[in-house]
Write a protein that binds this ligand. Sequence first.
Ligand SMILES: Cc1cc2nc3c(=O)[nH]c(=O)nc-3n(C[C@H](O)[C@H](O)[C@H](O)COP(=O)(O)OP(=O)(O)OC[C@H]3O[C@@H](n4cnc5c(N)ncnc54)[C@H](O)[C@@H]3O)c2cc1C
Ligand code: FES
Length: 348
Amino acid sequence: MSKYITLKVKEVVKETADAITLHFKQPLFRKIKYKPGQFLTLIVPVNGQSQRRSYSLCSSPSTDDTLAVTVKRVKGGSVSNYLNDNIQEGDKIDLMEPMGSFTPPEAAKNLVLFGAGSGITPLMSVIKTALVADASRQVTLVYANTHENSIIFKKQIAEFESKYSGRFKVLHILSQPQSPNWGNGLRGRLEASRTEEILQHCPDLKNLSNYFMLCGPQGFMVEAENIVRGLGFDNERIIKESFYQENGGAALSSAEIIERTIKVLLGGQTYELAVAPSKSVLDAALDKNLDMPYSCQSGLCTACRGLCKSGKVKMDTSDGLSDKELSEGYVLTCQAHPLTDDVVIDMN
Ligand SMILES: Cc1cc2nc3c(=O)[nH]c(=O)nc-3n(C[C@H](O)[C@H](O)[C@H](O)COP(=O)(O)OP(=O)(O)OC[C@H]3O[C@@H](n4cnc5c(N)ncnc54)[C@H](O)[C@@H]3O)c2cc1C
Ligand code: FES
């Protein structure tokens, strides 16, 4: 299970008008290990309430001394605005150790990354690691933003483009470029109907050994996935990370879902929990003050993953889990409702 830690903010860097990067000091004696593409769960007191949110690491374990996350404001959002408005150098933040599986496979030598807006954050970690730590890797980045000034890591990406010119290609797409002279890529939105146009800029997209990583808003992800599938690549070559589910993940309504008592194995103890039909297994456990691992509570981050050792559960959404995890019996407790009376979920 992931552990809680408290880290000190070493530096706060303003990336754009609405995004900051928080650089955390690594602990002196037990450095925190992570893989490119993983995220931290920040536990932040907003208006007297402790709130958890996931933020992808944009730092690379191969190149950076600090652990860094970039937080972009969401309109009306409690934690993203709190962090942008309040956090300063020297502050301490509680968090959970790195988690997540949005990491390129070892075998992936040609990486094609589709990112939009704050979706660049895990991709930045992947880019730095691939370019600096493994000279055999090629990286193409297709990066969509609103305008020139909303491009997070603009300068760093340009520096990498010139330093690794044979191995790193970038195609910027701006929906509303401000400069009439902007000619550094495409105008408009990423759309599958523009595949030919995109291929003119990035012919390497067709390379049969490509692996694709996608991170951005829902509409962008759908178009990017359609492009990749249209080029003939399947699930095995597509790795996705979603930050937000626009429809909120439709809750199940089923006659099968009634109040049932289940067992949860956590920290070497067995707990009996009554799960009401309106609640998930995670909700019921938190109501009992169990110290369950969790972060997004919307089926995206997999922090709440447990192994269903007996019985049957139904999930509102299981998109965050791979086919392999599902076949092995893993469930997302924030999405799970027991369907039988013999459910045992192992969180250890
Ligand atoms: C695995 C993972 C990694 C993530 N990495 C990053 C990252 O690196 N950088 C980053 O800035 N964010 C990241 N996020 C999103 C982040 O966790 C928060 O969801 C985001 O900061 C909004 O939180 P909030 O408290 O400000 O908004 P909330 O108070 O939770 O929500 C306010 C309103 O905004 C809507 N909303 C919430 N999130 C979004 C969104 N992302 N886009 C549009 N509308 C939204 C909600 O439906 C609600 O109506 C990540 C999420 C996940 C699951
Ligand atoms: S808490 Fe994020 S998937 Fe359940």
